[in-house]
Design a protein around this ligand. Structure first.
Ligand SMILES: NC(=O)c1ccc[n+]([C@@H]2O[C@H](COP(=O)([O-])OP(=O)(O)OC[C@H]3O[C@@H](n4cnc5c(N)ncnc54)[C@H](OP(=O)(O)O)[C@@H]3O)[C@@H](O)[C@H]2O)c1
Length: 351
């Protein structure tokens, strides 16, 4: 039987400004590892801003990074980087275990800070960072890059306008084969490793974007012999009654898709739902695809320019948080992940 359709036949346009149009700021990169390279390239090719300094625990690594990206100043310590008077903002790209200390270091030096995901190891650490930023009136933003991408704005807009009716359920998964044999920061408890903080943060943050605060969270996980989670599955019930089923694993590559299903239709996000190349489909409740928006961006570098641009806009406007990644959301995501870790039994050293 074909049901009468109430869904309008179009996905909304993203309201996301061109990253090149954001005002220029001067970045300092703290911890020049893998993702810092993507960020430095994104700032250079995708924004009007520039990276003017880099700080590493090793002077040599800082210099190599500076040479690669034509960055004028290279420091052999993070302290020197944050003390640079010509750095407007610091991008923290160290492992999760270090985010709290490095964000506090930057804030203590009076620098606004963009902190890689997961924002910190725990909600308690997030509260410390947010309190320090608040006390100094400084901008701090979680670098959950997906939140700043155009297709996330389409999702936001669809939810705000009830385009697919009352929300019923959300599915999102993020699995990459990164263990065993992948980077140490994923396998090591002292670096706050595991699938949840690295990969699961995307589905958790996506469900929060769509459904808001969770009312209940339940989780099961399989731990590695070092006690971090290799695979975790989470079910969330939102305050309004909708459900989410979220999964992450660092032991297998999964499709990395997301679905938002409502009474009138659904959104399907394919091609790594959190990434710049994700395609969104609008499907009606008779399972007919009625609109499709290809991601367009084929590389992460262009995708990263959106978060850098949003940060620059907020900084120049005198904001202390981004409306696209509010502090309350960052904290709620960490609260949810704390709850999940308690249930699956992941405790990091020193907690
Ligand atoms: N947004 C994304 O798509 C995305 C993708 C991958 C990773 N990330 C996030 O970015 C952060 C870094 O990930 P990554 O893949 O870039 O890691 P990575 O390649 O290992 O780089 C991290 C850097 O942190 C510095 N560091 C400081 N303290 C450290 C310690 N105790 N142990 C190891 N390194 C330490 C090191 O630089 P120096 O010693 O030279 O200072 C290292 O190169 C994580 O929060 C991760 O979740 C985000």
């Amino acid at each position: 039987m074909t049901l009468p359709i109430n869904v309008p036949l179009e996905l909304p346009e993203p309201r996301t400004p061109d990253p090149h149009d954001a005002p220029p700021i001067r970045w300092g990169v703290l911890a020049p590892g893998g993702i810092a390279r993507t960020f430095a390239e994104a700032v250079a090719v995708g924004t009007a801003s520039s990276v003017v300094a880099v700080g590493s625990r090793s002077r040599e690594r800082a210099q190599d990074f500076a040479d690669e990206f034509a960055i004028p100043r290279a420091y052999g310590s993070y302290e020197e980087l944050v003390a640079d008077a010509e750095v407007d903002a610091v991008y923290v790209a160290s492992p999760h275990s270090e985010h709290r200390d490095h964000a506090l270091l930057a804030l203590g030096a009076g620098k606004p800070v963009l902190v890689e995901k997961a924002f910190t190891r725990s909600a308690a650490e997030t509260r410390e960072v947010l309190a320090a930023a608040d006390g100094r009136g400084l901008l701090v933003v979680e670098a959950m890059w997906s939140r700043f991408l155009p297709h996330y704005d389409v999702v936001r807009h669809v939810v705000e306008t009830d385009l697919i009716g009352e929300l019923v359920t959300v599915f999102a998964d993020h699995g990459q084969h990164l263990y065993p044999g992948g980077p140490a920061r994923l396998s090591q408890p002292e670096l706050a490793g595991g699938a949840l903080l690295d990969l699961g943060v995307y589905p958790v943050s996506f469900a929060d974007l769509v459904l808001g605060a969770p009312a209940t969270v339940s989780a099961t996980g399989t731990l590695t012999d070092l006690g971090v989670d290799a695979t975790t599955t989470i079910t969330v019930t939102a305050a309004g009654g909708a459900h989410a089923v979220l999964s992450c694993t660092m032991a297998a590559a999964t499709p990395c898709t997301a679905v938002v299903a409502g009474t009138e239709g659904r959104l399907e996000l394919s091609g790594a739902f959190y990434g710049a190349g994700s395609t969104i489909r609008l499907v009606n409740r008779n399972n007919e695809v009625i609109d499709e928006r290809p991601g367009g961006l084929t590389d992460d570098v262009r995708g990263f320019s959106y978060e850098a641009a949003e940060f620059a806009r907020c900084l120049v406007a005198g904001e202390t948080e981004s409306p696209l990644m509010p502090h309350a959301t960052t904290l709620r995501v960490l609260d949810t992940m704390d709850d999940v870790r308690r249930q699956v039994g992941v405790v990091y050293p020193g907690e």
